[in-house]
Design a protein around this ligand. Structure first.
Ligand code: COA
Length: 329
């Protein structure tokens, strides 16, 4: 798939002299600028491939790890209907991971390697899923406000340059929109409920606000990958632009419910459309994404348990598919 003259560097083969063929690179960038989609068999710079694998793989890991904090609430959700809806939502998230692993595989990295890199801590996944969900309201905050954040990111990036990733994102966004409605319904029920329910949801919002601000990534001035990813239309907006868009849409909706956002300095500059907020402690963000958050160890241990205990299913499926392969004449 990678063509000749390449050397192995980590997961991706780089041009041996570190330079791409200038003619191919110019043609590639012209296609991107013309709004064309790049497909798996098309020529692409090694760095584009590498960045896409990193980003799509992290996204896929976020979906399977993201199923865990809400998954623990399936048996404890209030009532049969809430249990059913949450179960379906969590199953959707696993389906998203499948779509995204398939999209990343089109770039040449096998799924098993991606899973190994998740379990060894080599690959990252979203900061938000390393926080606990001590109450039902925490689970509802994820369903509403984290899924809303994912939608902002994914709708924007679904207009990007890599065909398989964009198509996966489009499909994912349809399902996420349902999750958003479910989450909003759950939060409205709590926020318009008894004083105890209102207290529960307010406390959960206070726990989640900082991780939500972190969700869109570090401020633009410290983002390492944004410039390259935006030039190649993998990312279609910067971290700060996405965060601003999210705040503009969801701050009014949160306030409408009488909930108080735990940041007295949060305000919008109407002239520029950009938001200012208190220092959200970016050191905490980097600690969490590098493995030292409140739940990192637990999340990876559960994932490893699932991987080990699901091995027999994968083996059985593999044996069945080997058995029924029709030999070519
Ligand atoms: N959680 C975990 N890690 C994050 C993060 C987050 N919320 N935001 C940024 N990071 C990591 C980046 O992966 C990068 O680490 P790396 O170099 O070791 O890979 C580092 O922080 C610097 O960030 P930045 O240079 O801004 O990364 P980026 O340009 O890739 O932008 C995202 C970060 C999350 C906005 C981008 O990768 C993205 O849009 N990803 C797809 C969507 C997704 O993964 N959603 C997950 C939840 S559904």
């Amino acid at each position: 798939m990678y063509g000749g003259g390449y050397i192995q560097d980590d997961d991706i083969k780089q041009p041996s002299n570190g330079q791409e063929d200038p003619r191919l690179l110019a043609e590639f960038e012209a296609r991107i600028n013309a709004g064309e989609k790049i497909e798996p068999d098309d020529w692409m710079p090694a760095e584009y491939r590498k960045q896409l694998i990193r980003m799509i793989e992290q996204h896929a890991h976020s979906e399977i790890i993201g199923a865990l904090p809400e998954g623990t609430w399936i048996t404890r959700a209030p009532g049969f209907k809430r249990k059913m809806a949450l179960m379906a939502k969590v199953q959707d998230e696993i389906g998203h991971a499948q779509l995204l692993y398939s999209a990343a595989e089109t770039l040449g990295k096998p799924r098993e390697e991606m899973i190994n890199d998740l379990l060894s801590g080599k690959s990252k996944y979203s900061n938000v899923f390393n926080y606990p969900t001590p109450t039902w309201a925490d689970s509802c905050i994820i369903t509403w406000l984290i899924d809303a954040a994912a939608i902002v990111n994914q709708v924007i990036n679904s207009k990007g340059s890599y065909g398989p990733y964009c198509r996966a994102l489009e499909r994912i966004c349809y399902e996420e929109s349902f999750h958003l409605k479910l989450g909003h319904d759950c939060i409205v029920e709590l926020a318009t409920g008894t004083p105890a329910q209102r207290k529960l949801v307010q406390a959960a919002l206070e726990r989640w606000w900082k991780p939500i601000i972190h969700f869109f990534g570090p401020p633009d001035k410290t983002s390492v990958h944004s410039e390259k990813l935006m030039r190649w239309k993998v990312k279609m907006a910067s971290n700060d632009d996405m965060r601003n868009q999210y705040l503009s849409t969801y701050v009014p909706k949160i306030k409408e419910l009488g909930l108080v956002i735990p940041d007295p300095d949060l305000k919008k500059d109407e002239a520029t459309g950009s938001w200012t907020y208190s220092d959200p402690d970016w050191d905490e963000f980097f600690r969490v994404i590098n493995g030292d958050g409140p739940c990192n160890e637990e999340r990876l241990a559960v994932r490893k348990w699932a991987e080990d205990n699901g091995k027999w299913v994968r083996n059985a499926l593999q044996k069945a598919s080997d058995k029924y392969v029709v030999p070519l004449a």
